[in-house]
Design a protein around this ligand. Structure first.
Ligand code: SF4
Ligand SMILES: [Zn+2]
Length: 368
């Protein structure tokens, strides 16, 4: 665990200390990955401002996130999946894309309308994805309807988005904002940027889209990714912060979708250390239902796709009702109708209510 020193407090609100611990934890990972293989690829369906569409999701294997190499976010294990040595060139990245196209051709009847590309970092960071590769990927998917690329807000730039927009692709930037509260983002997640940077990125995307949209309607926007229950927040505090964050994001012009990601326990992270020491429990699925139900009126799509639901390392309830509740959440994602939650119930709801009343940052987790 982190041993705070006077220096770490002096040199900036604990971020240096967080980074030092994260570097030490990540250094224990000795696996490496092939630069010609994507980290993961899968087919799914997604709710977009234009309705439900088939999607192809790609996690490209790149040199990994710059911030993660400095230490990085307390819950993020993606960097552990990146290629050793820190960089993947154009040819190898394009081989990964070919591999994904092959996977799609084998498993789907027709090409997906949406392509989503994540990189364990920032697709728009040219140290990860060179400009040449960005243009080639845009060309490869020019026949699709919409593309979503992941990026930290600093790299969102209208010139880069033009690669996609000029080819007629509606474009979304997926930004891992995690929370609208700067203090939680800095101190619990260890992410360096501010809400104001997110607002600027939304404005930049809107401007890029407005320049291209024929009807004057912007065709570029932002999808905010929020982290439900970062470490150190008790269940009721995490729920309150999430409700406020969703409203905060939905109020920013250009942010049309909010995706709430329940924190799961990834390998080689600070969250995993806390979890092993009995100091972290992933959120209850009931908390996710509660948030979705209470923010259903906001002017944005709000979705959640709990990863690893029902397992001890993922968001879970009692074990009996997890699949049922997960189905209700997926149903809400597609229909945005909060009445789906009235149809699920379980005896463990009263345990969750107890946690919501009694859990605090210093007694958590009250119930595993
Ligand atoms: S969450 Fe994003 S910014 Fe943070 S370490 Fe992981 S890839 Fe980097
Ligand atoms: Zn239950």
């Amino acid at each position: 665990m982190s041993q705070p020193t006077p220096e770490s407090y002096e040199s900036g609100r604990g971020m240096d200390a967080h980074n030092e611990v994260m570097r030490e934890i990540r250094a224990r990972n000795d696996e490496s990955y092939e630069p010609t293989e994507p980290t993961r690829v899968w087919l799914d369906e997604d709710n977009t401002p234009d309705g439900v569409r088939q999607s192809l999701t790609i996690i490209l294997n790149t040199g990994g996130c710059r911030w993660a190499r400095a230490g990085g976010c307390t819950m993020c294990g993606y960097v552990a999946e990146s290629v050793e040595g820190g960089s993947v060139g154009h040819e190898n990245l394009m081989t990964q894309i070919e591999h994904c196209l092959g996977h799609e051709a084998e498993n789907a009847e027709k090409p997906a309308e949406i392509v989503k590309i994540y990189t364990s970092g920032s697709f728009l960071d040219e140290r990860e994805i060179p400009a040449e590769t960005r243009a080639a990927i845009a060309e490869t998917f020019a026949d699709r309807e919409r593309i979503v690329v992941e990026s930290l807000p600093d790299f969102v730039d209208r010139g880069k988005l033009a690669d996609f927009l000029d080819r007629g692709l509606e474009t979304d930037v997926a930004i891992g904002l995690e929370t609208a509260t700067d203090r939680v983002r800095h101190d619990a997640v260890n992410k360096y940027f501010d809400f104001a940077d997110f607002e600027n990125a939304c404005a930049e995307a809107r401007t890029a889209g407005a320049e291209t949209g024929e009807t004057g309607e912007p065709v570029a926007g932002v999808k905010a990714y929020l982290l439900m229950k970062p470490p150190f927040l008790a269940e009721p505090d995490a729920v309150a912060d999430m409700k406020q964050s969703i409203r905060g994001c939905a109020a920013v012009e250009g942010c049309h979708t909010v995706s709430m990601n329940p924190c799961n326990v990834q390998r080689h992270t600070m969250v995993e250390e806390l979890y092993h020491d009995g100091g972290f429990r992933p959120p209850w699925l009931w908390s996710i239902c509660d948030v979705l139900e209470s923010t259903a009126d906001v002017d944005a799509l709000v979705v959640s796709d709990p990863v690893g639901h029902g397992s001890d390392r993922g968001p879970h309830n009692c074990g009996e009702c997890d699949d049922l509740v997960q189905r209700a959440i997926k149903d809400f994602d597609l229909r945005q109708d909060p009445s789906v939650f009235e149809e699920v119930s379980c005896a463990c709801e009263s345990t969750w209510e107890y946690v919501m009343r009694e859990e605090t940052a210093y007694n958590q987790p009250l119930v595993r």
